[in-house]
Design a protein around this ligand. Sequence first.
Ligand SMILES: [Fe+2]
Length: 207
Amino acid sequence: MPFNNQNLPYAKNHLEPIISEKTIEFHFGKHQNGYADKLISLTNNTKFENMDLVSIIKETADDPSKTPIFNNAAQLWNHILYWESAREYREENNIPNGEFSDAVNASFGNEDNLKAELLEASVNLFGSGWVWLTVDPQTKNLKILKTQNANNPITMNLEPLITIDVWEHAYYLDYQNRRPDYAKGFIFHLLDWNAAQEKYLSVLQQK
Ligand SMILES: [Fe+2]
């Protein structure tokens, strides 16, 4: 599996002015590709060499001897979803009407509450990690999660719909230590609610 064959789904200046081209050059070009290169070296000539990322994550999550493989596979997978979770800047960035919007209203009251809770989670997550909007495939309930370091909801039997990277490398060049400003911009102006809706509907169809 050529883990380092990932492509950014848009140009490096696509998320400006919230996330600069320079940040993406480092974040995608150095950090994400670093995880991919490390994963290749760790899995070379092992049974993980030709596995997909989700299978590697599930197989290594509970094995302390495989923590380096888990960390790099999960970080790579998390970043792929992160880029898919964003689209170009929109001043008004609302959730389209439909089943996903109905589910948001059922779980959070309204989409303003969802965005406020995502922001609170992003600001309050201690250290490095990720904020997720997930759906439970069994109950269909939506839930916000915070995970530290490389951890992700795949190992909790939850399907991630969107994720927000709150590692410092995601925002430090543009915002220095002002994580709340980065998180506000990402949540209110970049999140791709159409992509989240598509993922939600595909989870519903799995049952
Ligand atoms: Fe990152």
